[in-house]
Design a protein around this ligand. Structure first.
Ligand SMILES: NC(=O)c1ccc[n+]([C@@H]2O[C@H](COP(=O)([O-])OP(=O)(O)OC[C@H]3O[C@@H](n4cnc5c(N)ncnc54)[C@H](O)[C@@H]3O)[C@@H](O)[C@H]2O)c1
Ligand SMILES: N[C@@H](CCC=O)C(=O)O
Length: 515
């Protein structure tokens, strides 16, 4: 019998011994950088001619790993392998499937700093951000393992005098899992293990900028004895390999987390039925955000400034949940702006391997160029009050940037920038603030900082986002506590880390036996 699920405790980096342990992990991981990573299909290692180097965004000269790239033929092979493996994997006992997750969680917990340190190198995460993510990955494994055990119990049905009725949650088939780079361990591991613990087999196409972390997780799944072919590791160019996987008639579902454009493309392609396809493909697509924090006239302004600073600049704003809009009642607008500028100007931007770093680089050249372009747009649309510049040219560093007096309809208020850039907008009333907050195509996270109970009730009813937080930051959802997913163009509201999530990877079969 397993203990009740509890969230993994975060490491306290105010304690010197924890910093020293992290430094040691960084050294160990750094010594192993630069290895070659093959594809893994049905347990077979496949090295291809085409390879891509994953690099450290804080130090472009440092190679994290050299990763073989799949093509259309190898994507076909991966799907065929997953389909063949499904025939046995679907019959395994759900408790056995759950145990693979519990074992993996135990190892991850023991080697926590090692996985986190790799994220510092490959994704540019500070030690605090990396540790929180490894904790989330452990939580997903522990939570989904228990959830599968719960779903495999007899399900409550209305009693019928003359029949024995039972409902089972059975797997779907081959799932294509396409995670993003910004939570390269937690989201990738959560999406992959939710699919496999429910009895499906997986083709995992990792994000192109963080394939090494996914390879390490793949190695962990092999270490705990997961049978070959249950998860097939298939790095490759998103457009080329992604389309083949999504279109394939044997693909039963696609679990995607990433940008709106790619999510919509997948959704459209998956809707087309191909020759030999016997089902309607299921698409779980979690996409972008343009998340707002609303500050009411009656609010703790210190709390407001703290939550805005953390939500906007944590991991350089590269979270789907990040605060990229701040909408403030006119009576407290200047005070809140001043406090946030003061806090943000104290943030230390440096190599995330350093213990003192509050924020590191953005992920790659493309993101760097795109964010700088938005900063130029912002200069036309608002008043630049902080940042706007870059940092150490050896990496992709962009300063925490704040624009004031931005219209709610401006491009920097509407389009996802995915960087350390936040726009302040003034509202004449609380109602107008909520209307501004709702005035985008997205609907992922939001927060309200207020001491006014009636206004909080109004926001509870009218602020249209999947994850709404009061008097706290709008990032940092905890597994089991804050099931995560958004409305509108933010996705299918799958509520990862919640009790409904695994159902997305199952189909319910009812058997009615009349004696
Ligand atoms: N809602 C959420 O839970 C959530 C969580 C994390 C990130 N995100 C969003 O993800 C985005 C950032 O991640 P990203 O830059 O990795 O997103 P992205 O859409 O560029 O890439 C996501 C994944 O899709 C793959 N891909 C690219 N083109 C493809 C295609 N044509 N077919 C199939 N796969 C393809 C990529 O290789 C990657 O693995 C942001 O928009 C962010 O808001 C959302
Ligand atoms: N679940 C994370 C965001 C994931 C998207 O990037 C949070 O709540 O901050």
């Amino acid at each position: 019998m397993r203990t009740e699920f509890k969230n993994e405790v975060f490491v306290n980096f105010k304690e010197e011994r924890n910093n020293l342990a992290y430094d040691a992990a960084l050294k160990k991981v750094e010594a192993e950088l630069g290895e070659e990573y093959p594809l893994i299909i049905g347990g077979e290692r496949i090295i291809t001619d085409r390879k891509v180097a994953s690099i450290n965004p804080a130090n472009k000269a440092q190679t994290i790993g050299i990763v073989s790239q799949a093509n259309a033929d190898l994507a076909e092979k991966a799907i065929q392998t997953a389909a063949a493996t499904f025939e046995t994997w679907k019959r395994t006992d759900p408790s056995e499937r759950a145990r693979y997750l519990f074992r993996a969680a135990a190892i991850l917990r023991r080697r926590k700093h090692e996985f986190s340190a790799l994220m510092t190198f490959e994704a540019g995460k500070t030690r605090v951000e990396a540790d929180v993510e490894t904790a989330e990955a452990i939580d997903f494994l522990e939570f989904y393992g228990r959830e599968m055990q719960r779903l495999s119990l007899p399900q409550p049905l209305t009693i019928h005098e003359e029949e024995e009725n039972e409902l089972y949650y059975i797997p779907l088939g081959v799932g294509v899992v396409i995670p993003p780079w910004n939570f390269p361990l937690a989201i990738m591991a959560g999406m992959t293990t939710a699919a496999l613990v429910t009895g499906n087999t997986v083709v995992l196409k990792p994000a192109s900028t963080t394939p090494v972390i996914a390879a390490k997780f793949m190695a962990l799944l092999e270490e705990v004895g997961l049978p070959p072919g249950v998860v097939n590791y298939l790095p490759g160019p998103g457009g080329e390999v992604g389309d083949v996987l999504v279109d394939h008639p044997l693909t039963r579902f696609i679990s995607f987390t990433g940008s709106r454009d790619v999510g919509l493309r997948i959704n459209e392609r998956a809707a087309k039925t191909h020759p030999g396809q016997k089902w309607i493909k299921r698409v779980v697509a979690e996409m972008g955000g343009k998340d707002a924090i609303v500050v009411d006239q009656e609010a703790d302004l210190e709390l407001a400034a703290d939550t805005i600073t953390q939500s906007a600049f944590g991991f350089s704003g590269q979270k789907c949940s990040a605060c990229s809009r701040v909408i403030v009642h006119e009576d407290v607008y200047d005070a809140v702006l001043e406090k946030v500028v003061e806090r943000a100007s104290r943030l230390i931007m440096s190599n995330p391997a350093e213990a003192s770093a509050n924020l590191g680089p953005v992920i790659d050249e493309k993101a760097y160029a795109k964010i700088l372009e938005y900063i130029e747009i912002g200069k036309q649309e608002g008043r630049l009050v902080l940042g706007g510049g870059t940092g150490d040219p050896n990496g992709y560093f962009i300063e925490p940037t704040i624009f004031a007096d931005v219209d709610a309809t401006a491009r920097i208020s509407q389009e996802e920038i995915f960087g350390p850039v936040v726009a302040f907008t003034k509202a004449r009333s609380f109602d107008e603030a909520i209307a501004f907050a709702n005035q985008t195509d997205y609907g992922l996270t939001g927060a309200v900082i207020s001491r006014n109970g009636a206004n909080l009730e109004k926001a509870r009813r009218d602020f249209f986002v999947g994850n709404l937080y009061f008097n706290r930051k709008c990032t940092g959802a905890l597994v089991g506590t804050h099931p995560f997913g958004g409305f509108n163009m933010s996705g299918t509201d799958s509520k990862a880390g919640g009790r409904d999530y695994l159902l997305l990877f199952t189909q319910a079969k009812l058997v009615s036996d009349r004696f």
